[in-house]
Design a protein around this ligand. Structure first.
Ligand SMILES: NC(=O)c1ccc[n+]([C@@H]2O[C@H](COP(=O)([O-])OP(=O)(O)OC[C@H]3O[C@@H](n4cnc5c(N)ncnc54)[C@H](O)[C@@H]3O)[C@@H](O)[C@H]2O)c1
Length: 454
């Protein structure tokens, strides 16, 4: 079927059917994920992701078959990764790669190294990537990978062996036209360099487009390191402006001081906002007059943590989430805003730097308190946008300038923000539901236009 034969620019005709009232409603084969798992058995991130999809499907009035198609990952692999430790002992890790949907293009998504990684978490993150790529309208599906390892407990040489073995185990399903990895929690540009090298060695020539978030020396994009954080700041500025406020002078608290949180704090401060609190997994800092972020970055570089910085008072993560600020940016792990922590939140805006930091219960609580949540699939999409630019540059074998990248990123983020706020206003939806409706509809459209094979 040619795309021109489909009528209308919006969703193609899809029969409405009685819709599931629960995320992972029972079906002939079990849950909406096609497994034998019910919602109560699913892990929190996966149940949350399925619940979000179910909400969008209900608004879009899609039928059960399409819902199941959108809920079910296209491909998943589980791998065992044996590691020879530096002292000669052998340890085994579990690794996963999930391609949730590839209707709009190759799978795209990060690789996470964290001890609590499991297949359900990776599924949830892969699904979020599908909607995120569609919301910012880049030609990718959604994927994610993970290895259940604590990277802080292993040497660089050990992490290199784990990364290369994981890459070789999932080799048949990755590639520049198939599935493109990027850094996530616990991984970085060095990890991407090892993956790129392992993949290239297996093919016999250098293939930079197999990963994004590479070092600049290997074809990484200018602006990629700060892209997620810069995107967070773009949408924060837009959200504040819509409420008649300025970013300059706004108070900000950032949970998580890693790749997303640290750069976000730095850019917020550079744009004139007052960063009053930050934290990492070891502890937090608070200074109502504003933290000197540049000096804090030097402290973290020297010590590995925000803890012990002399320009602020200690604060724990729970107290940070409850600070009275204009903007709260959760930029660490999933599920930190839940039924217990959400009632204490006093921010005007929650801008989700992390993936899945707010549970469904917390979403409802925050909405009832009039707190605007700018959802992850919009707020932290800057990273995948510049990953797309990096991939495009690798495919063109031509490097773009930093100003080209930053202006294109700003334009994508502002367009996506406007798309989401328009749908939210027209349909009376939260920003999360509006973003999901846009993402899910674009994926469903691509699926419908392509048709089913055979
Ligand atoms: N890196 C990216 O470009 C990118 C893009 C989109 C979304 N994300 C998401 O952002 C989040 C953070 O990713 P990252 O790349 O910055 O990871 P990272 O590993 O670089 O940093 C994570 C930070 O969170 C802190 N942290 C961990 N557990 C914590 C806890 N319980 N309480 C407080 N802080 C804690 C860590 O100490 C660290 O400072 C993840 O949800 C990730 O999926 C990352």
């Amino acid at each position: 079927m040619s795309p021109t034969t489909v009528s209308g620019p919006t969703a193609p005709p899809i029969a409405a059917a009685p819709l599931p009232s629960e995320a992972a409603r029972p079906s002939a084969r079990g849950g909406a994920d096609g497994s034998a798992q019910s919602r109560s058995e699913a892990s929190l991130p996966w149940a949350n992701a399925l619940g979000q999809l179910a909400g969008a499907v209900r608004i879009l009035e899609y039928d059960e078959g399409l819902h199941e198609m959108l809920a079910t990952p296209r491909r998943e692999v589980n791998v065992a990764i044996p590691l020879r430790r530096d002292d000669g002992r052998i340890e085994l890790f579990k690794g996963y790669r999930v391609q949730h949907n590839v209707s709009r293009g190759p799978g795209k998504g990060g690789l996470r190294f964290h001890p609590s990684v499991d297949v359900d978490e990776v599924r949830a993150l892969a699904m979020l990537m599908t909607w995120k790529c569609a919301v910012v309208d880049i030609p990718y599906g959604g994927a994610k990978g993970g290895v259940g390892i604590d990277p802080l407990a292993y040497s660089q040489a050990e992490l290199e062996r784990v990364t290369r073995r994981y890459t070789s185990e999932i080799m048949p399903m990755i590639g520049p036209e198939q599935d493109i990895m990027a850094p996530d929690m616990g991984t970085n540009e060095q990890t991407m360099a090892w993956i790129m090298d392992t993949y290239s060695a297996s093919q016999g020539y250098t293939i930079p487009a197999v990963v994004t978030g590479k070092p600049i020396a290997l074809g990484g994009s200018l602006g990629r390191t700060t892209a997620t954080s810069r995107g967070v700041v773009h949408v924060t500025r837009a959200a504040l402006a819509q409420a008649g406020s300025d970013l300059a002078g706004a108070t900000v608290a950032v949970q998580g001081f890693g790749k997303v949180g640290a750069h976000a704090a730095d850019i917020f401060a550079a744009e004139g906002a007052r960063v009053v609190a930050v934290s990492d997994q070891f502890g937090g800092l608070h200074n109502a007059d504003g933290i000197d972020v540049a000096r804090l970055l030097a402290h973290v570089e020297a010590t590995g943590s925000v803890v012990g910085f002399d320009g602020a008072d200690p604060i724990d993560n729970a107290a940070l989430l409850a600070l009275e600020v204009d903007v709260l940016v959760p930029a660490a792990v999933e599920g930190v805003l839940d039924a217990v922590t959400a009632p204490a939140v006093r921010a005007r805006f929650v801008v989700e730097g992390a993936n899945g930091p707010t549970t469904a219960e917390a979403d409802a609580i925050l909405a009832s308190q009039g707190i605007v949540v700018v959802p992850d699939i919009l707020a932290n999409a800057g990273g995948v946008v510049v990953s797309y630019f990096e991939w495009a540059q690798a495919n063109q074998a031509y490097r773009w300038t930093l100003s080209e990248i930053e202006s294109r990123l700003a334009e994508r983020m502002h367009t996506a923000f406007a798309d989401v706020t328009d749908v939210a206003a027209q349909q009376g939806l939260t920003l999360r539901d509006a973003a999901l409706v846009i993402g899910v509809r674009r994926v469903a459209e691509a699926h419908q236009i392509r048709g089913l094979y055979p």
